[in-house]
Design a protein around this ligand. Structure first.
Ligand code: CMC
Length: 441
């Protein structure tokens, strides 16, 4: 049944069509609103704005549901692998045995970076953040494939996508090695995706890293759980850049930058830094929770809260369990896990968090798993980026394949000065308006 929304403005009534998704989410289609009425909508932070129709990921934040291409995240976490899930997200269906083999072979064939790219790593200072290196190097890698510079090339999409998924992992490992002054370790074709990443991160030229299946499984699960999450900040950025018909690598590099911030993919790093600070100060988390509730403290409980989930993030549930399992198997007792559990327990009983529907998100426990594996803290957002690559690629593909796709170009409500005129330099007075301070470095 089609419904129309009625809008009354300046004494006139307008009819606006509505749209319903396959899971019954409803939207008012305002694409003709300005033409009809002269008005635009204003939605700070886009909390009520659907920026696109997408067939990739479904989230019901009220019920804590996440599905990739219709399949619940819990089933994929239990039965699938990151690479199989990447195929599902990009191509829309679970691969047959032959399709999976072809996809895996493409990843293996494209794992090595152009040798000249090694020199680009030399230019970064020793303590450069690996997210800066990752973003820069994804862009740099695109220069080595002239076919990428052409407009979306359907015949080469499979190759470009596989190259990006495979090389982002190689770049990530190289950037870690560079930041530690360690020799670069090349991928080995005998290893599967996640084992190969661990090999490139931790092997030495004279000694291979011991690849433990439990560790591979835990990291593979982290990649899988991060593989897509509909129109989050970085994916929306990728779509924004893709809408200008920029190439896949350029769009993904922009995604890395958007992901880096502590409110998004940088939260996993921020969580562990927060837990370390709490632990160092001898607090069990109670004092910190009190400080968080005082808005003037400027503190947030990192790893808690979500724009869409108003219930427990289903990924957090899975990660919490995986965290317990891995630490048990590796016989690690991490005091930060105790602090995290106590924080969670306290927050979930506290009216501040209950009223605002703030629950642990995917980043709350993932850092503790990564610490246990030996991944350094500054690499945590990079791990998120490796995992999110299939989602970015699938969203890029949706834009590129849509013949009706238009450039993303929001409007604004201008609140600056109305018409004024240029004043010659010698007539200007100091008004105390904002300007760089004298001692600005
Ligand atoms: N700790 C304390 N208070 C919080 C938190 C938090 N982590 N998150 C939200 N609030 C409060 C916020 O102060 C506001 O209170 P009030 O209504 O009194 O002003 C209310 O809850 C609503 O918050 P908001 O900032 O308007 O919510 P948002 O949807 O704009 O932001 C968020 C979502 C994820 C950025 C935010 O919850 C946050 O900063 N969380 C901590 C950072 C974090 O864990 N980020 C990872 C997100 S999940 C992975 C990903 O997608 O990257």
């Amino acid at each position: 049944m089609s419904t129309e929304a009625k809008l009354e403005l300046d004494g006139k009534v307008y009819s606006l069509p509505t749209v319903e998704g396959s899971e019954h989410e409803k939207a008012i289609d305002i694409s003709n609103l300005r033409n009809l009425t002269g008005y635009i909508t204003l939605d700070d932070g886009y909390a009520n704005t659907g920026s696109c129709k997408s067939a990739i990921t479904f989230i019901d934040g009220e019920r804590g549901i996440l599905r990739y291409r219709g399949i619940p995240i819990e089933e994929l976490a239990e039965k699938s692998t990151f690479i199989e899930t990447a195929f599902l997200i990009i191509y829309g269906h679970l691969p047959t045995r032959a399709e999976l083999k072809r996809f895996s072979d493409l990843l293996t064939e494209n794992a090595i970076l152009h040798e000249d790219l090694k020199y680009h790593f030399e230019g970064f200072p020793p303590h450069a953040h690996p997210m800066a290196i990752l973003s820069a190097m994804i862009n740099a890698a695109s220069c080595f494939d002239p076919t990428l510079m052409q407009r979306f090339d359907n015949g080469r999409f499979d190759l470009h996508a596989a190259r990006l998924i495979s090389q982002v992992r190689t770049i990530a490992a190289f950037s870690y090695r560079k930041s530690r002054g360690l020799p670069i370790i090349y991928p080995k074709s005998a290893y599967k995706y996640t084992a190969n990443f661990l090999h490139m991160m931790f092997s030495m030229p004279y000694e291979d890293y011991e690849i433990k299946p439990e560790v591979v499984r835990a990291l593979d699960l982290i990649f899988l759980l991060h593989a897509d999450h509909e129109q989050n900040c970085s994916t929306a950025t990728v779509r924004m850049v893709a809408s200008s018909q920029a190439n896949l690598f350029a769009s993904a590099a922009a995604g890395v930058c958007a992901l880096w911030g502590p409110l998004h993919g940088g939260a996993n790093q921020a969580v562990v830094e927060m837990l370390e600070e709490i632990h160092r100060s001898g607090d069990d988390g109670s004092r910190f929770i009190t400080a968080v509730k005082d808005k003037s403290s400027g503190k947030r409980l990192m790893g808690f809260g979500h724009r869409v989930y108003k219930n427990y993030d289903p990924r957090a549930k899975i990660i919490k369990q995986a965290c317990d399992n891995l630490l048990n198997v590796l016989q690690i007792s991490d005091p930060l896990l105790d602090v995290a559990k106590h924080l969670e327990e306290t927050a979930l009983k506290d009216p501040y968090f209950i009223e605002r529907k703030l629950y642990p998100n995917v980043d709350f426990y993932s850092g503790i798993i990564m610490r246990a594996i030996g991944i350094p803290i500054e690499m945590f957002p990079v791990i998120f980026a490796i995992g999110r690559m299939p989602g970015w690629i699938a969203n890029y593909k949706e834009i590129a394949e849509d013949p009706k796709s238009r450039i993303y170009r929001p409007r604004q409500i201008y609140i600056g000065p109305t018409l004024q005129h240029y004043v010659p330099l010698h007539q200007r007075k100091n008004t105390g308006a904002s300007a760089p301070k004298k001692n600005a470095a």
